[in-house]
Design a protein. Structure first.
Length: 156
């Protein structure tokens, strides 16, 4: 199968999943409807996933440089957004808000994660969203913020 045909089929599978999400696929039958749509694809179609990833970087906080990552995944059964932060030199329990600036949509809040310190080292936090995940594209910008400052930022 040609690469262009595979690309078209992958795009069709993603569109089916996104239309399903937009029309309220929170019902128990949603995964079956996506599977049924995928079943109509040729047997040699490599379904794979659509995945965007971003490396998040930020300025040093009291001499420690934070780092992080974010991913947007469209799979056969779910659409997931996840973000993580590490080496964040702020107090234990600090709330970090996660946003995605989606081209053509604007800044969308994805949720909040709580910083956890282990053994006195700089803290870590993570967030996973599986419901009401908006469509994201290459170029969209992810930010992790406190109430007063951007801690991490990066683009898909």
């Amino acid at each position: 199968m040609s690469h262009s045909r595979i690309a078209v089929l992958r795009t069709a599978a993603v569109v089916v999943a996104l239309v399903c999400m937009a029309s309220g696929c929170s019902s128990p039958d949603a995964p079956r409807s996506v599977q049924a749509s995928r079943a109509a694809l040729p047997p040699d179609f490599d379904a794979g996933e659509v995945r965007l990833s971003a490396t998040l970087t930020g300025a040093a906080i009291s001499g420690v440089v934070p780092k992080g990552s974010a991913e947007f995944d469209v799979g056969a059964r779910a659409v997931t957004f996840s973000a993580s932060a590490a080496d964040v030199n702020l107090p234990n329990g600090t709330l970090l808000r996660v946003f995605v600036d989606i081209v053509g949509v604007g800044k969308v809040s994805m949720g909040t994660m709580k910083l956890r310190l282990v053994g006195g080292a700089p803290g870590n936090a993570s967030l996973t969203v599986r419901k009401a995940v908006p469509t994201m594209h290459a170029g969209d910008v992810v930010t992790v913020e406190t109430a007063t400052a951007v801690i991490l930022q990066g683009a898909f």
